[in-house]
Design a protein. Structure first.
Lengths: 216, 216
């Protein structure tokens, strides 16, 4: 039994490695169970013994991408608590710029993270959702200092909104389709927008409070 | 000759209609030249007499989507010049909310607009780029009042950046994947963020000016 479960774990890693190489090089479009099986040295059917479905395998690669992203965002973090709202605003800008660098450097696998849709109306598994939460927690940290009276739920939602805004600027900016910018210009546009949001935080706070009042 | 060119124009319209129905219902994934030809009552080869390539046909549908979006953004426009920066900020928020409503209502064809990539490294044709410019001009209008001393090139770039930020909030918000929000909450998050950017506009102006200085 022990040896079989070892074998299972080894195969699992080998299949994730193979899928990761394919996704990092060509995105989701080139992913075929047949090719993965060949690369991992197993039968196609074996994939479905080791993973519930191909979506699970893709999420395992997505999880590695999220971990890389999490580490990249964490890397430039201030080694001490924020001394002021200015510090916190700087850190929000730093996070946005780190996100841009990550996306510019790992464009194909980063796009795959957002392009992947679960088949057959399957829900995202909880472990994957938890890993996303961990990522957003990095954005929540400066918000605690910038908007100290915001309750935790509203802060969680706001962190996602700011992430989405940054993601939009990065995604369309790197696309060079609607918004064609060189990387240095993209950096300064991104920094300026995030800085403006941080400086307009009282307005943000006021708006969120009044929308909560009106929905109660 | 006249009759042949009439026939050409009729076929062109019929093929765009067929592609529009398919894209509006199922997005780009379901688009097959064979099906379009059958629906338009012509041979598959005829598509390539009438259009340079399938990309051109897809862009013609994209152009209709852009025109619908342009009209939707224009619809709620203030019938008079802005009386104050407050007016202009309100209009920026209105544009963002109109964008959200459009995307929520026409999700499939709206997504197709962003998912489409030209094949074989083809450039986007100028007529399509011009139509995008027209759309961004709606975002530039309030910026003239909000940041009157920004030069036109910087304003054009900033309009695209703000569009991208709004797009990111809308796209990830409607996805219900990373950011799961109900539509009313998404509305208030979007409005709050845009309002914060408008209220932080001096910071934005300052950042853009200093990044221009450092790149000279």
């Amino acid at each position: 039994m022990a040896r079989q479960s070892d074998h299972h774990a080894v195969l699992r890693e080998r299949l994730i490695d193979a899928a990761e190489r394919t996704i990092a090089a060509n995105g989701l479009a080139g992913l075929r169970a047949r090719d993965l099986a060949r690369e991992a040295g197993c039968a196609v059917g074996t994939i479905y013994n080791v993973f519930e479905h191909l979506d699970e395998l893709i999420l395992c690669v997505g999880s590695r991408t999220l971990a890389m992203l999490d580490a990249a965002l964490e890397a430039g973090r201030l080694g001490r608590p924020y001394g002021s709202t200015e510090d916190a605003a700087d850190d929000l800008v730093r996070l946005a710029l780190a996100y841009l660098e990550f996306a510019a450097r790992h464009t194909v696998r980063w796009r795959a993270l957002f392009e992947h849709r679960m088949s057959e109306e399957r829900q995202l598994p909880q472990w994957f959702v938890d890993q996303q939460h961990q990522l957003f927690a990095q954005v929540e940290r400066p918000l605690v200092t910038l908007l100290p009276d915001l309750d935790p739920d509203a802060r969680r939602i706001l962190a996602r909104t700011l992430f989405s805004a940054v993601h939009g600027i990065v995604a369309l900016g790197l696309e060079e389709k609607l918004v064609s910018l060189l990387l240095p210009d993209l950096r300064s546009q991104l920094a300026a927008t995030v800085r403006a949001i941080a400086s307009g935080r009282h307005q943000l706070r006021h708006q969120i409070a009044s929308s909560l009042r009106s929905s109660q």
